[in-house]
Design a protein. Structure first.
Length: 396
């Protein structure tokens, strides 16, 4: 009987040794390890260098790790170690509440102070803001925000310039913050914020106020497939300036066009001088003489009355926005303007030949010459001619 009792006691002692753990407090910020001969359980509360904690559970049986719920968090915290603190930045974006930031599709957005007239479906979504960080950090991961009021909000629309969030069943506008709007405290640009790439199209102004314009995209533009009318909402109030109904303008924007009618784009990047980058090529005519091509008023531009002439040329063509066409076609479509041609010539030839007749200018390229007339009698015509053309040849 005594032997039986001894065996039972021995088994109990052995089970205690094998199964009952010893508590060990680790010096890593607060983790606790429970260690027995057969297994080890670790309750992690590990302090990282950046001041954040890694929490989780680790279980080992006979020295083999079975569970470790900290793996994912350790990987995520690798990024957090390099996080940028907002106190180290100066965000200069106008009309944006920089305390409410989100990151979506690799673009950083801040809440716009502008109101949005959003008449699309509030139930649709293209993503969700589902990660929350401390208010002191700038969001760096997709779907991340530093404001708890924006957590779990659905993304209704997003492109590289604007984003619309469904916040408590209300459409709220956010605007992109690019590297030009973010500076380090020492004034340097933040290198890891990429430049925004713009799409563009030419349209005719149908209606305008100081806060927006409605344009009709040219029929050959991709944007025409989205809508025959697009409302361009400015980021600021153009109190003292209107572009002019009937004028051709180039709209530069990023990402998608908001689906409505008229469709909507938020941008302040608008050009009235056509595309700046273009190449002119000419074909000479054996019979030297001048030919009127069009009047500036034919272009529904700025209303100035002057003519474009070709001199000693059979054709003038242009490559603009990766398209080849006649110069006349490019001018009538708004892809190039006569004022844009003049501006480019002034940039290409800062020391161009000038005349004391009131200010006429002569620009000599390799294969052709441009002459801008500026006489005291009010003549403002433009000539594009062969390489040998001179002002005196025109017999004005």
């Amino acid at each position: 009987m005594k032997k039986k009792n001894i065996v039972i006691i021995a088994i109990i002692v052995l089970l205690v040794i094998l199964l009952f753990p010893i508590r060990m407090n680790l010096k890593d910020g607060g983790s606790v390890k429970y260690k027995a001969l057969l297994y080890t359980i670790t309750d992690y509360h590990k302090l990282e260098k950046n001041g954040t904690y890694i929490d989780g559970i680790g279980i080992e049986i006979l020295g083999v790790e079975i569970i470790n719920t900290t793996d994912e968090k350790e990987e995520a915290n690798t990024n957090i170690e390099e996080r940028i603190k907002l106190k180290d930045l100066k965000i200069t974006a106008k009309n944006i509440d920089t305390t409410k930031l989100v990151k979506f599709n690799d673009v950083l957005y801040g809440k716009s102070n502008a109101l949005i007239d959003y008449d699309c479906n509030l139930d649709k979504t293209i993503g969700k803001i589902n990660l929350l960080i401390g208010e002191e950090y700038m969001p760096e991961l997709n779907g991340e925000t530093n404001n708890k009021d924006l957590l779990n909000c659905d993304v209704l629309e997003a492109n590289g310039k604007i984003m619309v969030l469904n916040v408590d069943n209300t459409a709220v506008l956010f605007e992109a913050i690019d590297k030009e709007n973010i500076k380090k405290t020492n004034g340097e640009s933040l290198k890891n914020i990429e430049n925004t790439e713009y799409s563009s199209f030419v349209g005719t102004v149908l209606e305008e106020t100081t806060k927006y314009m409605i344009v009709e995209p040219n029929e050959d533009e991709q944007e025409r497939k989205s809508s025959d009318k697009i409302q361009i909402n400015y980021e600021t109030d153009h109190i003292d300036y209107l572009y002019g109904v009937g004028r051709k303008v180039i709209i530069y924007y990023t990402g998608v066009i908001l689906e409505s009618y008229p469709a909507k784009i938020y941008t302040n990047n608008i050009s009235i001088d056509g595309y700046k980058d273009f190449e002119i090529t000419v074909k000479e005519n054996k019979n030297v003489g001048k030919k009127k091509v069009l009047n500036n008023k034919d272009l529904a531009a700025d209303g100035r009355d002057f003519n474009l002439y070709y001199y000693g040329l059979d054709e003038v063509n242009v490559k603009v926005n990766n398209e080849n066409m006649s110069l006349e076609q490019a001018l009538r479509s708004g892809k190039i303007t006569l004022s844009g041609i003049e501006q480019k010539a002034n940039e290409d030839f800062p020391n161009a030949i000038s005349y004391d007749d009131g200010g006429s200018m002569e620009y000599h390229y390799k294969d052709y010459t441009i002459i801008k007339i500026h006489k005291l009698d009010g003549n403002r015509d433009i000539y594009i001619g062969n390489a040998n053309m001179k002002l005196n040849d025109l017999q004005l």
